[in-house]
Design a protein around this ligand. Structure first.
Ligand code: HEM
Length: 458
């Protein structure tokens, strides 16, 4: 599964045994389900019957109180808190900040370059411009406001970070570096011996935990002194949430765990979308031309230093359809696990308590009854005239756990594409790049592009 395309493995399974079959995965009895009916069943199933199940590495690195580990009332409470900062009304305030960061990124890493390594085959930041790297910058500033909160020297002394001093030049880079270290362990074998990848990730988690805890204290003090507004950033919003009796809605540990989880959930997903979008645009000149036309019109309506606004982003309808089509063809998250807590019946089969369900939600993306000519890249799949059937496009999940970061991902993607197509043209250094899953989709030889500067519209 690691080396081959998971898509093919799953399709093969469906072809041989149909949309429901059983198997043993590492000794655990497992039911495999896929299809529109399976999506509907699982997204609407009570979490007292089917519970979320993540690899133990995620629990240990994100912490016991991260949203993925919670169910029922606890899940609703923490989810409500996260949604309260990720909802459109709040994100509107962050569009300008995101725009500034994207421009800065292009100026530093793209302008004047002949070639750019967008993504390397290990999905690490070595020798490559790494969209992930700067995406997390955006998340950090927009959501956590780290930029001003911590003094750089005290960082290094207090958190014993001298080992990354040479690589990371400022406090945000230091935090990003730590997150990258943590991320390497998320899908590694969770063996905690000195010098294992997982051990280094656990150490990074401890440092991040201390930093976020300090931020919590700092921001709580600022709130008490009334020198910050309640929705200034993620941590302040989470701190300001109250229960009916005015006690804090989330404990400090819950805030730490969910700040870490949000960084992980929003990190690879959006950067994968952008990398694949860059690849698909390079291979589809007519789609590229329509995206360019839409983005040039928006650029022309602005004075060169104007930042993009929320209204500008609402006009990028075609570009978002192209991004959605990219997610249909290459969903960052292909399948999920659920744990069976109570016996239940599905399609005439009794699934016993204690089993697990592996469910390939995004296989509906390649069902030709739902998306005609599914292997063709066609943003027309998302035209308003032909609405997408329910439970068929599920790149952002569905039901009670549908991705709360949808709007945030949309903003990051549209702003980036706006500056990318207005400022550069590009072609792939290695045409016909292929990808495998690890379990995220990853270009086998990385993604390198040859860049030409356009005369700037804005
Ligand atoms: C293209 C970008 C993204 C994709 C494709 C994506 C996809 C998903 C999917 C499929 C799920 C549901 C998992 C399940 O059913 O178990 C999910 C959950 C989640 N996502 Fe995203 N995501 C993206 C970006 C983001 C961003 C930017 C953030 C944060 C800023 C975020 C935060 C979360 C959180 C917190 C959850 C857990 C929700 C819960 O358990 O209630 N995601 N995401």
């Amino acid at each position: 599964m690691r080396k081959n395309r998971a898509e093919e493995w799953l399709q093969d399974k469906k072809r041989k045994y149909g949309p429901i079959s059983k198997m043993s995965l590492l000794g655990t009895p497992t039911v495999f389900v896929c299809g529109q009916a399976a999506n509907k069943f699982i997204y609407t199933c009570d979490d007292s019957i089917l519970a979320n199940q993540q690899p133990s590495s995620i629990r240990r690195l994100c912490g016991e109180r991260n949203i993925l580990e919670l169910s029922g009332h606890e899940h609703k409470r923490v989810r409500g808190a996260l949604v309260s900062i990720l909802k459109p009304e709040v994100l509107k305030q962050h569009v300008g900040k995101m725009d500034e960061e994207v421009r800065k990124h292009f100026k530093i890493h793209w302008h004047g370059k002949k070639k750019v390594l967008v993504e390397n085959h290990r999905r690490s930041n070595e020798n490559c411009v790494l969209l992930h790297f700067f995406m997390s910058y955006i998340s950090l500033i927009s959501l956590y406001n780290v930029g001003n909160a911590i003094d750089e020297d005290s960082y290094l002394q207090r958190y014993e970070l001298t080992d990354i001093r040479n690589r990371a030049k400022c406090k945000r880079e230091i935090l990003v570096e730590l997150f990258q270290q943590l991320l390497k362990g998320v899908l590694s074998v969770p063996i905690n011996f000195p010098f294992t990848c997982f051990n280094r990730s656990l150490q990074a988690r401890e440092k991040i935990r201390t930093i976020v805890m300090d931020l919590i204290h700092e921001k709580r003090a600022a709130m008490e002194d009334q020198i910050t507004s309640p929705q200034q950033d993620l941590i302040t919003t989470l701190l300001s949430l109250r229960n009916a009796d005015f006690s804090a809605a989330l404990s400090d540990e819950e805030i730490v765990d969910n700040v870490i989880l949000i960084m992980i959930a929003g990190y690879d997903t959006t950067s994968i979308l952008l990398s694949f979008l860059i690849n698909l645009l390079a291979n589809n000149p007519s789609v590229y031309a329509s995206v360019l036309q839409e983005q040039e019109e928006i650029a022309r309506s602005k004075v060169s230093e104007d930042l993009l606004t929320w209204d500008d982003l609402q006009r990028m309808r075609y570009t978002w359809r192209v991004a959605t089509e990219t997610l249909r063809m290459t969903p960052p998250v292909l399948s999920f696990f659920r744990k069976v807590l109570k016996d239940f019946e599905y399609e005439g089969y009794l699934i016993p308590k204690g089993w697990q369900v592996i469910w390939a939600a995004c296989m509906t993306h390649m069902d030709e009854c739902l998306f005609p000519n599914p292997s063709g890249f066609d943003p027309g799949h998302f035209d308003k005239q032909a609405p997408v059937p329910p439970y068929s496009f599920v790149a952002f999940g569905g039901g009670a756990r549908i991705c709360p970061g949808y709007e945030f991902a949309r903003l990051e993607t549209l702003i980036t594409i706006h500056y990318l197509v207005n400022r550069f043209t590009w072609k792939l250094c290695h045409p016909n790049v292929s990808f495998s899953r690890d379990p995220f989709p990853i270009f086998k030889d990385g993604l390198e592009i040859e860049l030409s500067q356009r005369s700037q519209v804005n």
